[in-house]
Design a protein around this ligand. Structure first.
Ligand code: CP
Ligand code: NVA
Length: 307
């Protein structure tokens, strides 16, 4: 199978050198500060194809709006409506879309499909979430952490509470690249990707805990996500039982740093993974975090699609 240059895409935080990740975060902050600027059109005439095999509110709207604000255009392509959903190979889809559009964002199940799109296409591919990773979201999260505590991310303590899912895996990449102090509290059987966890542990930036209180102890960032991700709906009831005790509530937040912030990629289930008092309380930065998807992704789009 032919390989490809991963630097021309954004498939995983793990693929990029830390300096480039920090530059994009910086650019995202600059774009946010700049606000609406109709004279700034670095992507004029460019089109982003957006393939969605799963639901989305934030990813769809932030990418589409971001492209428009940068002078370009975005196409929403539900996999139910394009021939991909009827079995057209991902490689053929990649070859054909590359003849029309200037970049492709994809949200799907298998990370290997995102890689195949990049491998067989000739335009930049951005990962808008797979079962394995959610790198664009973690870039927005890192931007939110910088807004709360300053640009220096090294050593920042982050407590991940709950499922070792796509978000947890992308946080592990971020920890390794940027030197975070990431503690993950996951119930037995719901650990992050084993290879990633091993690499993270070996790097000294990632620690797996079983007890949420131990992970949250003194942490400046406490973050969680749904217990059943998209595609796991049938496991939801079993997961509710298995994740008992992994709720981010006020008691857990009391053990975190006095200036700790709470993050959640959304959508959230109040009363399951997070108490309403936390997500709707004073430590919550979830609305800034959601907004930062727009700014961080605009920076990624400029980095990958502009001349
Ligand atoms: N956080 C996130 O990716 O949200 P959507 O599923 O709404 O895109
Ligand atoms: N882990 C969640 C994130 C949703 C944005 C999911 O994959 O459904």
């Amino acid at each position: 199978m032919t390989d490809f240059d991963r630097q021309g895409h954004f498939l995983s935080i793990g693929d990029w050198p830390n300096g480039r990740l920090l530059d994009v975060l910086e650019a995202g902050a600059r774009l946010k500060a700049r606000g609406r600027d109709e004279a700034y059109r670095p992507l004029a005439g460019r089109t982003l194809g957006m393939i969605f095999a799963k639901s989305s509110t934030r990813t769809r709207v932030s990418f589409e709006t971001g492209m428009y604000q940068l002078g370009g255009h975005a196409l929403f392509l539900s996999s139910r409506d394009i021939q991909l959903g009827r079995g057209e190979p991902i490689a053929d889809t990649a070859r054909v879309l590359s003849r029309y559009v200037d970049g492709i964002m994809i949200r799907t199940f298998a990370q290997s499909d995102v890689e195949d799109l990049a491998r067989h296409g000739s335009v930049p591919v951005l990962n808008g979430l797979t079962d394995l990773l959610h790198p664009c979201q973690v870039m927005a999260d890192l931007m939110t952490v910088q807004e709360a505590f300053g640009k220096e991310l090294e050593g920042t303590s982050v407590a991940w509470i709950g499922d070792g899912n796509n978000m947890a895996n992308s946080w592990i990449h971020a920890a390794m690249k940027l030197g975070l102090d990431l503690r993950l509290a996951c119930p037995e059987g719901y650990d992050p990707d084993p290879e990633l966890l091993e690499a993270g542990s070996a790097s000294g930036t990632v620690r797996l805990e079983r007890e949420p209180v131990r992970a949250a102890d003194g942490a400046r960032v406490v973050t969680t996500d749904v217990w059943a991700s998209m595609g796991q709906e049938e496991e939801a009831e079993q997961r509710r039982r298995d994740f008992e005790g992994f709720v981010v509530d006020e008691a857990l937040m009391r053990g975190a740093a006095s200036d700790a912030i709470f993050l959640h990629c959304l959508p959230a289930h109040r009363g399951e993974e997070v108490a309403a008092a936390v997500i709707d309380g004073p430590r919550s930065r979830v609305w800034d975090e959601a907004e930062n998807r727009l700014h961080a992704q605009k920076a990624l789009l400029v980095e990958l699609l502009a001349d």
